[in-house]
Design a protein around this ligand. Structure first.
Ligand code: XLS
Ligand code: NI
Ligand code: NI
Length: 443
């Protein structure tokens, strides 16, 4: 268990550390599935899942939406001095992280402390808070899963950062990445994320797509070279999303990002951070995105949340769909886990969830859903016919002509002759419903 730490003041009063109480518990502020020390498939739950809290949704956002003002007033926002306010926010963040027993956290530069338009002052502000965070991390044992720079909120980024048609804007984006990398490295951050929120276009009429993508590649190379020179050993993650806030985002989905990384020679250093709701916006399931990344050896990390099937945007709700998450964990387990990353709750409570306890319930639900999915997926892999059934579907490639084909030894004429000799193939069921029942049976 993490040590609960508060600052001078306790911000989440009346809520203690959330503990595992098991399935019999009626306590809404306890875990029923997430037992950090329980061993599943040879590792503790804690090490499998590597849960992380997201600074922006939990400690910055105030429930505002495009139609309405803030609904949540954070007690840590009271002070007028930006540095003092940022320290209060960090006290609140570490109090929450340790009460929730979250081993990791993630931030954007501007989540940690408010920025102005003065590059040098922003660097100084971030460094001040990095020194403060070092102490908080040491006291609590909470670690930084990844850092990132927010290159989408400031108005200068309205046409993108690395893909902005104006070089001057690109340079400001680079300045922010440099200082966010410095912060991540100073805090022992395990990874660094690039989510290209506005790296795309609103209209092709004013866009040179080829040039913009080449700029993005150059920008990523420069960032990577700088971080490596500073001794950063972690992984860089690209987080795909098809759109929103742009009409079209270049990092559309896993397959698009992988081909971009290959084209621009970035595969050595970059992997993927996949987000549930981004997958569904791209017209895929989350499982699809995970599988694409896993097959390429690039399954780095995940941003956990869920979308709403009736809404066409990134609603970022907390995960609670046990079927979806179980199928996701099957892929993660079969891929031997995430490469360097963890499960970051890139999710927000609803605008009308205005009690402090709501943030706890949300994380408890998400962590329990993943823990239960992990156990279920492991049972499916260990005890059911799931793997065999899938394997058997391809049995015709395991020997004879099929194996020769896989070995690249059959020409088109050979294949034609085989078809003639063997006659019409038999009808073989895909057994989808049976497999779906296996999933539900183990849940
Ligand atoms: C937004 C993204 C963002 C990234 C970090 O849709 O999910 O929160 O995870 O910049
Ligand atoms: Ni995200
Ligand atoms: Ni998102």
């Amino acid at each position: 268990m993490a040590n609960v730490i508060t600052g001078e003041k306790e911000f989440f009063k009346g809520i203690g550390q959330v503990k595992y109480e098991g399935l019999e518990s009626d306590n809404p502020l306890a875990f029923r599935w997430y037992d950090e020390n329980r061993i599943v498939a040879g590792k503790t739950m804690k090490d499998h899942l590597r849960f992380s809290g997201a600074y922006w949704h939990s400690f910055v956002a105030t429930g505002g939406d495009p139609f309405g003002e803030a609904t949540i007033e954070h007690p840590w926002n009271a002070k007028s001095d930006p540095i003092e306010r940022a320290k209060d926010k960090m006290d609140a963040a570490f109090e929450f992280l340790t009460k929730m027993n979250l081993p990791f956290y993630c931030f954007h530069d501007v989540d940690v402390v408010d920025f102005t338009n003065d590059v040098v002052d922003n660097e100084r502000r971030l460094q001040t808070l990095v020194e403060y965070a070092k102490k908080k991390q040491a006291e609590s044992g909470v670690k930084l899963l990844w850092g990132t720079a927010n290159l989408f909120s400031n108005r200068r980024y309205m046409n993108g950062a690395a893909t902005n048609p104006n070089f001057h804007v690109l340079a400001h984006g680079a300045a922010q990445v440099k200082s966010a990398l410095d912060a991540t490295i100073a805090l022992g951050g395990e990874n660094y994320v690039f989510w290209g929120g506005r790296e795309g276009y609103m209209s092709l009429l004013n866009t040179n797509m080829k040039r913009e993508q080449e700029h993005l590649a150059k920008f990523l190379h420069a960032s990577k070279d700088y971080a490596r020179k500073q001794g950063f050993k972690g992984t860089f993650f690209i987080e795909p999303k098809p759109c929103e806030p742009t009409k079209h985002q270049y990092d559309y989905d896993a397959a698009t990002v992988i081909s971009f990384l290959r084209q621009y020679d970035l595969l050595e250093d970059f992997k993927l951070n996949l987000e549930v709701n981004h997958a569904t916006l791209a017209g895929h399931t989350f499982q699809h995105e995970l599988q694409v990344a896993a097959d390429a050896g690039l399954l780095g990390s995940m941003d956990a949340n869920r979308g709403d099937v009736q809404n066409g945007w990134d609603t970022d709700q907390f995960p609670n769909n046990i079927n979806e998450v179980t199928e996701a964990m099957l892929i993660v387990l079969e891929a031997n886990g995430l490469q360097g990353g963890g499960i970051n709750f890139d999710a927000k409570i609803r605008r009308n969830s205005t009690d402090q306890a709501d943030l706890f319930y949300a994380h408890i639900g998400g962590m329990d859903t993943f823990a239960r999915a992990l156990v279920t997926a492991d049972n499916i892999l260990q005890k059911s016919d799931y793997k065999n059934i899938r394997h058997e579907r391809y049995a015709s490639f395991d020997s004879g002509a099929g194996a020769e084909f896989e070995a690249g030894k059959m020409s088109l004429e050979d294949l034609r002759n085989y078809a003639v000799e063997q006659g019409e193939p038999e009808t073989i069921s895909g057994q989808q419903e049976m497999l779906e029942n296996i999933i539900n049976r183990y849940i």
